[in-house]
Design a protein around this ligand. Structure first.
Ligand SMILES: CC(C)(COP(=O)(O)OP(=O)(O)OC[C@H]1O[C@@H](n2cnc3c(N)ncnc32)[C@H](O)[C@@H]1OP(=O)(O)O)[C@@H](O)C(=O)NCCC(=O)NCCS
Length: 142
């Protein structure tokens, strides 16, 4: 049975190993990961969840709550979700998303949204509707 819990400082190595698998547009940078990880644990608007199955880190989710005008208040945004390949199709991704939805609902969010390129079918299975296209511009390093 998979357990979903908030990450602690001691989970940094496990989350790094998973997050490195998600990196595509940018090469995974361990030093930058450590800085971001510490800051995220202190950020009350951030939600960093770990799925643990049989003592092994099976997946993680990084999401945020932020204020908007269009929804008359806060919304939840899923930035990253990844399940270890050997643990996929076993309900871990759904469990992570369910927990994030509860986290966001407790904090008054009107909706949960995200952008995806590779996992549209997963979100559709969870009841998400396609709503907008996603544009981005990679900025030059400062
Ligand atoms: C997308 C991902 C998180 C799904 O995690 P998972 O643990 O395999 O998903 P679950 O087993 O909880 O699946 C939940 C539901 O989604 C469906 N689903 C999962 N992946 C799917 C896919 N790629 N296409 C269509 N449906 C999918 C499952 O069939 C299941 O449906 P059901 O409950 O009606 O049977 C996982 O495949 C992953 O880490 N992918 C690589 C990283 C990635 O693409 N992350 C998303 C970036 S935005």
């Amino acid at each position: 049975m998979v357990e979903i819990r908030e990450c602690t400082a001691g989970d940094a190595a496990a989350v790094a190993e998973l997050a490195a698998q998600l990196a595509q547009s940018f090469a995974f940078a361990p030093e930058r990961f450590r800085e971001s990880y510490a800051a995220l644990l202190d950020d009350r608007g951030a939600c960093l969840l770990l799925a643990v199955d049989d003592g092994e880190a099976a997946g993680y989710l990084l999401g945020f709550r932020h204020l908007t005008f269009y929804a008359n208040g806060p919304v939840g945004w899923v930035e990253e979700v990844l399940v270890r390949p050997s643990r996929r199709s076993g309900g871990v991704g759904r469990a992570l998303m369910d927990e994030f939805e509860r986290w966001a609902a407790r904090r008054g969010c009107a909706l949960v949204a995200l952008a995806t390129r590779r996992a549209a079918g997963f979100y559709a299975a969870l009841g998400y509707e396609e709503s907008a296209s996603y544009f981005r511009k990679v900025l030059p390093p400062q």
